[in-house]
Write a protein that binds this ligand. Structure first.
Ligand SMILES: *[C@@H]1O[C@H](CO)[C@@H](O)[C@H](O)[C@H]1NC(C)=O
Ligand SMILES: *[C@@H]1O[C@H](CO)[C@@H](O)[C@H](O)[C@H]1NC(C)=O
Ligand SMILES: *[C@@H]1O[C@H](CO)[C@@H](O)[C@H](O)[C@H]1NC(C)=O
Ligand SMILES: *[C@@H]1O[C@H](CO)[C@@H](O)[C@H](O)[C@H]1NC(C)=O
Length: 430
């Protein structure tokens, strides 16, 4: 029942953008217009494949972005940054961007347009600390839309600077819940982003797409499941079928900027929906295949299996929670922690029909994260997904779980993570 509305909503999204509602009241969203006529400027121009530009998440060989919150990061000199977006950009895609640790700003970008995103008037531009050199970061907010990078410009005589990636990396593999569907800024309000960015000094990739199953079958119009699609660069969107047809590029794990230390999986909410007709056995099989794939691609990564929370329902004079695949998830975790598995670990490359075995035994690497008690019924919005508050609760608990389980310190101590979540009461005697 949770995702009944998705096929309808996906089509709706293609036509119009929604409104951000705060307790039913529309939020004012005055995004600055940033499109410029490039002929009026003198720039130092870099092509999209310049070594100084770091691409975060999955981008294909045409420099088109995929999945959730893909981004760009680079350092620069001077006080100007402009980006020319290619024709494969979804017109009017909303992107978040910032310099250093300043707050996010949002703007609609256009296919084929050049957008001036940093100027002498950008807050923080004249400051030389604590972030040095000055860095620029851009993230795509919507999971179904994408941008194509054509060129990056700085002021004449200035230059781009390569920023080395952080030493820790987290990857999320999920569906709409990890992609932030129906939160204020979608990918930039999701629990996945909150964990990755919230830890600080961490690279984070969110390989998540709404409606997708782990089982490799059509779910809500997504032609393939994550046990297949995770091995590919592009997602299961209509956009991907337009650009890549039946031949998506395999994801080149060896060229990924960093290798994830922790992989967090939240999948099964769509498999669990009657409309998708997934049997319990098919779900378990696909989930195991995915983890075997992760263990083959990243043999040193720890894997966290998230308990599903499904939905809440009115229950007498209170509320109750539906759960999904409780036993199945426990069985998957137990399978990977068994001596039988660990002594001869099966791994899968995602393409052949059979698994192979790693040459050496593995240490236990699969963990179970219980989401019980984190969210309550009003943390789920009318469109069946976590609200901003729900996403923040999940992110907070999961971050603490990572700290307690793996000893990762939380080192972000100031920069904005969640945008426009500063709600308060300004009267002390209210
Ligand atoms: C951004 O795009 C949306 C959808 O096309 C539009 O409603 C909105 O007015 C645009 N905002 C700006 C600042 O151009
Ligand atoms: C940065 O310095 C320049 C030159 O003094 C000034 O024109 C500009 O307004 C300053 N920008 C900000 C954001 O303070
Ligand atoms: C679901 O599976 C059952 C049993 O195999 C089949 O009878 C039914 O037609 C399927 N429904 C859909 C929507 O595929
Ligand atoms: C893999 O299995 C599928 C379905 O069972 C079959 O159609 C396909 O031919 C197999 N491919 C290989 C390479 O064995």
């Amino acid at each position: 029942m949770l995702f009944k509305t998705i096929p309808y909503i996906l089509r709706l999204c293609a036509l119009a953008r929604g409104t951000i509602l705060q307790n039913g009241q529309p939020r004012v969203t005055d995004y600055p217009g940033t499109k410029i006529d490039i002929a009026a400027y003198q720039f130092q121009t870099y092509n999209a494949d310049a070594a100084e530009i770091s691409y975060k998440g999955r981008w294909d060989s045409k420099k088109v972005s995929w999945w959730s919150a893909p981004g760009l990061v680079f350092g620069f000199t001077g006080n100007t940054v402009a980006v020319t977006f290619g024709e494969l950009t979804t017109d009017t895609t909303l992107v978040g961007y910032r310099i250093g640790g300043m707050d996010w700003t949002f703007t609609n970008v256009t296919a084929g347009g050049t957008h001036l995103l940093v100027s002498a008037e950008t807050p923080g531009i004249n400051e030389t600390y604590p972030v040095s050199p000055l860095t620029f970061e851009l993230r795509v907010t919507n999971w179904a839309y994408g941008v194509q990078i054509s060129q990056v410009h700085v002021a004449e005589g200035e230059s781009l600077i390569k920023i080395a990636p952080y030493g820790r990396t987290i990857e999320f593999i999920g569906d709409s819940l990890s992609a932030g569907m129906y939160t204020s800024y979608e990918s930039l309000s999701s629990f996945a982003y909150g964990v990755g960015a919230g830890l600080g000094d961490t690279e984070w990739y969110v390989t998540a797409y709404p409606g997708i199953c782990v089982t490799d079958q059509d779910c809500w119009g997504n032609p393939r499941g994550q046990s297949h699609q995770w091995f590919y660069t592009s997602d299961t969107s209509w956009r991907a079928s337009q650009i890549w047809g039946d031949e998506p590029e395999p994801w080149d794990f060896s060229k990924q900027e960093t290798t994830p230390d922790i992989v967090i999986i939240n999948l099964g909410t769509n498999d669990n929906n009657e409309a998708n007709n997934v049997t319990s056995a098919a779900y378990v099989d696909a989930y195991k295949k995915l983890i075997q794939g992760v263990h083959g691609k990243y043999p040193k990564a720890q894997v966290i299996v998230m308990q599903l929370w499904m939905g809440f329902y009115a229950y007498g004079n209170s509320y109750g929670q539906n759960l999904g695949y409780e036993q199945e998830l426990q069985d998957v975790v137990a399978y990977f922690n068994s001596d039988e598995y660990l002594s001869a670990p099966a791994v899968w490359d995602g393409t052949t029909n059979t698994t192979t075995t790693l040459g050496e035994p593995s240490e236990a690497f699969v963990h179970y994260f219980s989401t019980k008690g984190i969210m309550q019924h009003n943390d789920i919005g009318p469109q069946w997904h976590p609200t901003d508050v729900g996403a923040i609760k999940v992110a907070s608990h999961l971050t603490q779980f990572i700290k307690l389980t793996f000893g990762w310190e939380m080192v972000a101590t100031g920069p904005e993570i969640f945008h426009e979540t500063t709600y308060w009461n300004d009267e002390q005697n209210y």
